[in-house]
Design a protein around this ligand. Structure first.
Ligand code: ARG
Length: 449
């Protein structure tokens, strides 16, 4: 029983991931204390030396983690004491675990966002690469998973480029919110020492310092921002995953995923299961779960720090790992996927997708759109009954439905349909080529940052 109850409060098995941030934060804090004359210069050297060694021990695997010390902060502090004796006790002057843990998690979040942004960048580059390599490939565009209007495959790829661009923007925003130094807030009320918070912020690369000590130790909004941005990004990836599952099926056969991202079945040798795409779709659940768990844990917490907040980390780490892996896998999966242009065009030519174009043709010749819509509905019915496509109808047949049809109605095609969508944001060949150029420039500008 004793053992069960003490294990309940332990977090070291996951918060040890914060060791680098914890040690960097402690070094910056100690430097500030010495600069302000709060601790002696000699104490600073001992503390700094000890902390650097502890970091090495952790990295070479010789550090002994102790569950009875509960968390990363106590494990490091105890080890420092073993190394340098009572001087270690001076490090925690003008600091509380409350502002310390807030600092560590903010620093970790900033690093995590840097990694995620790198991953999103690579994935967007892969999307732009596929768009470029298949710039003029025509495919059916869908609504309700029904063939709707012909579009360019490149246009479809760049739709995801846009979605992931918004994700990156959300992460950059989350970064700005994480980039506020909480250290110097103490347990909750501020500190009765002449500390220099701006100095610590500069040492640790924070953009600003928190303005309210109570908020600083109670706030986990930056984690919510991260979790929310991650949940939306996973939702986007899950939509893309779903398309890859559909497109790689025999029914569509629009793409072929490389062997690396499919698995065979043990009993059905013909199968190429898109397991990676499916798992990405499935892992979206745990990322949503992380967001829900954090919202729920923070709800109803009175100011300021409450131990509940220790529960903020596992979901966060899991979300970070899941999303980072998923974007990296998608970048590879996209880059190595092959596109079956012939199949896509074939599909674009079936399914009466030129109906809207034929209606637009009549509108151009003066017919109100609603009326044109009716004419084309009757024309479609006629073609479907005979089992032919619009392209196979004769001019006489067209004219049976409206005398506005002329010879040029026969040249309405998948290509003329795509070419006609020549508006900003449309799928016309030139518009998409321009969009690819702009996508490339955007990625290039990110590289230079
Ligand atoms: N392990 C704790 C956490 O993650 C550290 C802060 C503990 N503070 C306290 N007053 N008990 O939240």
């Amino acid at each position: 029983m004793r053992e069960v109850s003490s294990a309940y409060t332990v977090s070291i098995h996951y918060d040890r991931r914060l060791y680098r941030q914890d040690i960097a934060g402690s070094i910056a804090h100690a430097r500030m204390l010495a600069k302000q004359g709060i601790i002696a210069e000699g104490d600073l050297s001992a503390i700094e030396q000890g902390l650097v060694e502890i970091r090495e021990e952790i990295e070479d695997g010789s550090f002994v983690w102790r569950a009875e010390l509960e968390d990363i902060h106590m494990n490091v502090e105890r080890r420092l004491h073993e190394k340098i004796g009572d001087v270690a006790g001076r490090l925690h002057t003008a600091r509380s675990r409350n502002d310390q843990v807030a600092l560590d998690v903010r620093m970790f979040t900033k690093d995590a966002i840097g990694d995620i942004l790198g991953g999103i960048h690579d994935l967007r580059a892969a999307l732009a690469g596929q768009a470029e390599a298949n710039a003029d490939v025509v495919m059916p565009g869908y609504t309700h998973v029904q063939r709707a209007q012909p579009v360019l495959f490149s246009h479809h790829m760049l739709a995801y480029f846009e979605m992931l661009g918004r994700d990156a923007e959300r992460f950059r925003q989350a970064y700005r919110r994480a980039d506020v130094l909480p250290l110097g807030s103490g347990a909750l009320a501020g500190l009765p020492y002449p500390i220099d918070r701006e100095f610590v912020a500069r040492e640790l690369g924070f953009g600003s310092i928190s303005r309210n000590s109570m908020d600083a130790v109670a706030d986990r909004d930056f984690l919510l921002d991260f979790q929310a941005a991650s949940a939306i990004c996973m939702m986007h990836l899950s939509r893309l995953a779903e398309e890859m599952v559909l497109w790689s099926s025999d029914e569509f056969a629009f793409i072929r995923l490389s062997d690396e991202f499919t698995t065979g079945s043990s009993i059905m040798p013909q199968k190429r299961n898109p397991d990676f795409a499916e798992l990405a779709r499935g892992k979206t659940g745990r990322v949503y779960g992380g967001l829900m768990a954090l919202l729920t844990l923070l709800k109803g917490l009175p100011l300021t720090y409450n131990r509940d907040m220790q529960e903020d980390k596992e979901g966060f780490f899991d979300t970070f790992d899941t999303l980072l892996n998923t974007v990296a896998i998608f970048a590879e999966m996209l880059a190595t996927m092959s596109v079956n242009a012939g199949r896509m065009r074939e599909a674009a030519q079936g399914g009466y997708m030129l109906a809207t174009d034929i209606a637009d043709y009549l509108v151009e010749r003066g017919m109100p759109f609603r009326e044109a819509h009716g004419v084309v509905a009757r024309l479609s019915e006629y073609a479907v009954e005979r089992g032919v496509q619009f392209e196979q109808l004769t001019l006489e047949e067209y004219r049976g439905f409206s005398s506005l049809f002329g010879e040029d109605a026969l040249s309405i095609s998948v290509d003329s349909s795509v070419a006609a969508r020549d508006v900003p944001g449309g799928t016309a060949f030139g518009r998409v080529r321009q969009a690819i150029v702009e996508a490339r420039a955007e990625l290039e500008a990110e590289n230079e940052r």
